[in-house]
Design a protein around this ligand. Structure first.
Ligand code: TGC
Ligand code: FAD
Length: 391
């Protein structure tokens, strides 16, 4: 009996049917942009260890920066649209999705949620248009999993604040016009908007990465940086501030990694269909079919988790442990799929001509940043048991 070919291999449960017209339209327009304008640049960008900055104006023009914010020249789209944007961008490369995640969830979101009217007017339209680039400084050199123990600190000096310390592994660090920097103060953890030319504020690129090569990553240093009170986010004074931003970005990542996994499955299907060994294409062997089926199973599970999460988020009922479960599950699924797809391609799997190895290497960062797998497992464990096992 012939196999049923009517299902979409990238969407076995027809998640597409659960989407509204606007959600489908957003996904399809980002997909077109990815296929025609972004993907052709990405292999070389990865090889050159450079973020293709020419794409900033294009993602801005498509309304992808701060897309969940209403007003301030932003698109005001729902959370599922944001997720679909991340999915299509990461189908291209995690570095491109990272750029949009950081700008949207980690820079524009805190300015919108915790900023003054003046800060919103000044920064949000510029960030939405891509005229300004932002970065988010939370992780420090001594250990990113425990940001409550940060060393960067700020003290009042008249109407100003003086910031000292350092941040590490910061996406967009050296190309940012504004950095949302979290620092300890006598009044709790506060967010500071540091501008690139402030005396004492420097950024240094981290070179020779084997992962996220098409993304800028760097360190930030603060040596007695004088920051006016007008640059402090007035709406939050605790760890809840930066952790709320992470919830937004982690949600987007749950969708993003589905795109990377789909790209790997597509490549594995195509390669295995053409590769003839022992007198038949690889797709005719049971073992390869089991491996492809397992990829589809994991992708389908991830799609259902993210869609459900998006609907919960749009109802305003999202809980951090729910995001942790999906970040853990979907990143694990994607990295396993990428590694397996690389193996199905044999020696070709290590070539930049095929996408799995690039996604596989990128996903090593994605499974680490925004909370490592262990951090998310322990977050779910804490939710189940009521016991904090981090310490
Ligand atoms: P804990 O006591 O759990 O929480 C302190 C306060 O924050 C609240 N909260 C959250 N709020 C919103 N979203 C979340 N996810 C939240 N998690 C906790 C919590 O309710 C509490 O509020 P309140 O009112 O009671 O004060 O804090 P803890 O110190 O025990 O930390 C818990 C832990 C380990 C989960 C947290 O520190 C953590 O998430 N660590 C991982 C750090 C991390 O993910 N860093 C990411 C840096 S940014 C990045 O990687 C960007 S990459 C981007 C890219 O390029 O795409
Ligand atoms: P550590 O916290 O030192 O963890 C080391 C190991 O210990 C991990 O395996 C971890 O899971 C494990 N571990 C930690 N705690 C426990 C525990 N209680 N029990 C058991 N095991 C534990 N940060 C930002 O602030 N902004 C950015 O824009 C940003 N961009 C990034 C871009 C890239 C490419 C990368 C790689 C990272 C980026 N990060 C950013 C940093 C990222 O969030 C951190 O790398 C991550 O949170 C982990 O922190 P760490 O690297 O210091 O590892």
């Amino acid at each position: 009996m012939a196999a049923n070919t009517s299902l979409d291999p990238m969407d076995l449960y027809d998640v597409d049917a659960e989407l509204g017209d606007e959600e489908r339209m957003v996904r399809d327009s980002v997909a077109r942009f990815v296929d025609t304008e972004a993907l052709p640049l990405m292999r070389e960008a990865f090889e050159q260890h450079a973020f293709p900055r020419e794409l900033i104006a294009k993602v801005a023009e498509l309304g992808l920066l701060g897309s969940s914010i209403s007003g301030y020249d932003c698109a005001g789209l729902n959370s599922v649209c944001y997720g679909l944007i991340c999915q299509e961008l990461e189908r291209c490369d995690s570095g491109l999705r990272s750029f949009v995640s950081v700008q949207s969830s980690l820079v524009m979101y805190p300015i919108h949620a915790f900023g003054s009217d003046e800060q919103k007017q000044r920064w949000l339209p510029a960030l939405a248009k891509g005229d300004a680039v932002g970065c988010f400084g939370l992780t420090e050199p001594h250990g990113g999993s425990d940001p409550g123990n940060m060393k960067t600190h700020a003290r009042r000096d008249g109407d100003d604040w003086i910031v000292n310390g350092a941040k590490m592994w910061i996406t967009n660090a050296t190309i940012a016009d504004v950095a949302v920097v979290w620092a300890k103060t006598d009044e709790g953890i506060k967010g500071f908007l540091l501008e690139k030319n402030m005396p004492g504020f420097t950024a240094q690129e981290i070179e020779n990465k084997f992962s996220l090569r098409a993304s800028v990553t760097g360190a930030l240093f603060f040596d007695d940086v004088r920051v006016p009170a007008a640059n402090v986010l007035p709406g939050v004074s605790s760890l809840k501030g930066p952790l709320s931003c992470l919830t937004q970005a982690r949600y987007g990542i749950t969708w993003g990694v589905i795109g990377a996994a789909q790209a790997c499955l597509a490549e594995a299907l195509s390669y295995a269909g053409e590769r003839v060994l022992f007198g038949r294409p690889l797709t005719h062997t049971q073992m390869i079919q089991v491996r492809l089926a397992d990829m589809a199973r994991r992708i389908t599970t991830a799609q259902l988790l993210s869609l459900r999460l998006g609907r919960i988020k749009d109802r305003g009922e999202l809980r951090p442990a729910q995001v942790s479960l999906a970040k853990w599950n979907n990143c694990r699924a994607a990295i396993d799929i990428a590694r397996d797809a690389r193996d199905i391609l044999g020696g070709s799997g290590i070539s930049a001509e095929y996408v799995p190895v690039r996604h596989m290497l990128n996903l090593e960062s994605v499974i680490t940043y925004e909370g490592t797998e262990t951090v998310h497992q322990l977050t779910v464990g804490r939710e189940l048991t009521g016991v904090n096992a981090f310490g």
